[in-house]
Design a protein around this ligand. Structure first.
Ligand code: ZN
Length: 679
């Protein structure tokens, strides 16, 4: 399961500190180029130099294993993707063609979008995007340069190749959607993904897997997860993805690097994890995969960790077949200490919260989640990525052996830093005074608020005997998110965090209070279409908290909405009173949850969380549009280069952040072209 970049990243962006000052020359450049609706970012691998040589080697080998699977995802996303990527790249890299024509500029953008989406469908919207160059120009360009037509298309003439590929690129009605979820249609026949062979219907696939399922087995494998289901002579057959199966050439390369990684593993537990994965890639047996997951969940002491394999099933309309992805990372010791400190003091926070003692937990345990630093993103995590991951996905493995939950600290930081100076806070924050606070303290208080929300907030409090956990029905998740957010807000303003050494200043919490209120009262509306209500639970929760506190504080003018030059701003006049309001609402929300008071939950949510002021909404949308910010982000990976002595032994691994998105993808296509273009 992925904690997607969507809402969280957007929040991070909106919470992110503002700019104003010039960047120092040595400062890391987070924001990179923009094209279409996309913005490229870079992330910094902080702490790299603190790793030992053996650890650097391990990360390096695992990054090579990660990049070696790149072609698998392109092919999973659509059977023409590798061919299309290939022909576009050969045109793009041909210096004989004038690159300054509008057609070539359009080809460059289209190719970058194909790289970004790992195929021809939008990575988020699922719809096929079309190029801004004409089919006629494309055909002429290919015909005029027969060397664009790679040898691997053997058996086809250039004309035949173009006749096959052009409708896929240019006709909006051919393969229009990557994953179709529309109820009532044949989801397999109408989805462009390559998880099922030609002519396999949804009914056939469902019957095929239904017959495999053993409902009495308490430890069922993830049926169908690692194969393409095809028809051969009228019979359904699974083409398993493994060393001597489909995608074998890529998997062999992955295994090659995994073997090297196993040699420099930090400890025997980790070595056993890597060896289990090699075994799974070799035998393709899903029972081996479960064994691998169990070993991986138990590897808690290693500094370095990774995901490499067929993982998430969002790309299969039936939710079975897993797309390939990889991330290599190491534990951020300092940030993890922060979550551990909070967890260790869980009981103190519970005892001192403003809720009625009847609703408090007598004994509470914090959940320890680690914060990690990403070293490489690959497959379905590149370049658009998750910022939190919770694996494995197998229900019985999770229940019996647990799961690992991580927050990717250097990616959330990159989102926040990239927003620095993008004009957002200059546009929406009331004055320099608030901007200075945000600049100084927003990053740390934002992290702390997330930690308090995740590690303690959701785990705090208890239901009264006889109260059903389902009592609040459709309002339950909004109330639950509000409860966790308020717990975090209340304690971000508590002296305890200063005493624990988690906050640098008694004023720091004000940054979090300001951005929270601004977001809840105004700026989160940029994600809502004109005329719509707020639907999503996290957004409803923020609206609820902000509007309730705004209204209850009105007689004391705690928070105000002020107009300046025709623009609306949030102004906070009394931060201590605002904290008291957060505490009051936390107590009430906890009561509602503990007693299962459905009427009160409905009343709060319907009054404060759902409706949008259309005038303010229109104003916010117009101001946001003028900033011209790209709604989707992705990351350029760093480049790792081993340094060797005269005998070829690795003596160091250096890291470089200067490669462009285009250069990176051309290099990947050259050095990690592990699959033939037709699979
Ligand atoms: Zn939550």
């Amino acid at each position: 399961m992925k904690k997607s970049f969507g809402i969280i990243a957007m929040t991070m962006m909106m919470f992110a500190s503002c700019g104003g000052g010039e960047k120092a020359a040595t400062e890391f450049e987070y924001a990179n180029e923009k094209f279409a609706d996309l913005q490229m970012l870079r992330y910094e691998v902080k702490g790299w130099d603190g790793l030992s040589l053996e650890q650097k080697k391990l990360v390096y080998y695992l990054t090579e294993a990660a990049l070696s699977g790149r072609d698998i995802l392109f092919d999973q996303n659509g059977k023409y993707n590798l061919r299309i990527r290939n022909i576009l790249e050969s045109i793009y890299t041909n210096d004989a063609i004038d690159h300054n024509t509008s057609e070539m500029k359009a080809l460059e953008i289209y190719l970058k979008r194909v790289w970004f989406s790992n195929g021809i469908h939008h990575h988020y919207g699922e719809l096929k995007f079309l190029p801004d160059f004409s089919e006629q120009w494309f055909r002429q360009t290919v015909m005029a340069n027969p060397n664009h037509f790679p040898a691997s298309y053997e058996g086809q003439t250039v004309e035949q190749f173009l006749d096959e590929i052009c409708p896929v690129i240019f006709d909006p009605n051919v393969l229009p959607k990557k994953v179709n979820q529309a109820d009532g249609e044949d989801l397999i026949l109408t989805s462009a993904g390559n998880y099922y062979g030609d002519g396999v219907t949804q009914a056939e696939a469902e019957a095929f897997y239904e017959a495999q399922k053993d409902t009495l087995n308490p430890e069922p494998v993830m049926y169908g997860m690692n194969s393409r289901l095809v028809k051969e002579d009228g019979r359904l057959v699974e083409k398993v993805w493994k060393v001597d199966g489909l995608y074998g050439q890529a998997i062999e390369r992955i295994v090659f690097w995994l073997r090297k990684a196993a040699e420099v593993a930090e400890n025997d537990t980790q070595r056993a994890v890597i060896n289990k994965l090699i075994q799974f890639y070799t035998d393709g047996d899903l029972k081996t995969f479960d064994d691998y997951c169990i070993a991986w969940v138990k590897d808690l002491d290693s500094r370095i960790d990774f995901v490499n394999g067929f993982t998430e099933s969002y790309g299969d309309p039936l939710g079975m077949k897993a797309s390939w992805e990889s991330i290599v990372n190491f534990k951020d010791l300092e940030a993890t200490r922060r979550t551990e400190t909070i967890s260790a003091n869980a009981q103190w926070f519970e005892d001192h919260s403003p809720v009625d003692p009847r609703f408090k937990k007598e004994e509470c345990k914090g959940i320890s989640a680690k914060v990690i630093t990403a070293a490489i993103l690959a497959g379905d995590l590149y370049p658009s990525t998750a910022i939190g991951i919770n694996l494995p996905n197998s229900d019985w493995v999770r229940a019996a052996h647990g799961s690992k939950s991580v927050t990717i600290g250097n990616l959330t930081e990159a989102y926040a830093k990239a927003a620095h100076g993008n004009g957002f806070n200059e546009e929406f924050v009331y004055s320099d005074k608030e901007r200075a606070l945000i600049d100084k303290y927003d990053a740390i208080t934002d992290d702390l608020h997330t930690d308090l929300h995740e590690c303690l907030g959701h785990g705090s409090g208890k239901l009264l005997p006889g109260t059903s956990s389902e009592a609040l029905k459709a309002y339950g998740s909004t109330i639950e998110e509000a409860r966790a957010d308020l717990f975090g807000l209340y304690y971000v303003g508590d002296k305890k965090l200063l005493d624990l050494g988690l906050l640098p200043s008694k004023d720091a919490y004000k940054a979090q209070y300001y951005t929270y209120m601004m977001n809840g009262l105004m700026t989160q509306l940029v994600r809502i279409e004109p005329g719509n209500d707020i639907e999503e639970a996290h957004m409803r929760n923020r609206s609820l908290v902000a509007h309730w506190c705004f209204e209850k504080g009105q007689k004391d003018r705690v928070v105000e909405m002020v107009k300046q030059d025709g623009k609306t701003y949030v102004r906070i006049n009394d931060y201590r009173k605002l904290r008291n309001l957060f505490g009051e609402l936390l107590a009430e929300i906890q009561r509602i949850k503990s007693e299962g008071d459905f009427e009160a939950a409905r009343d709060l949510v319907e009054t404060y969380a759902v409706k949008v002021d259309p005038t303010l909404h229109a104003e916010v949308l117009a101001r946001y549009k003028a900033l011209n910010l790209a709604p989707y982000k992705g990351f350029i990976n760093p480049v790792y280069t081993p340094v060797t002595d005269k005998d070829g032994n690795i003596t160091n691994v250096t890291i470089d952040y200067t490669e462009t998105f285009a250069a990176q993808n051309l290099r990947y296509s050259r050095d990690y072209a592990t699959l033939p273009v037709v699979n």
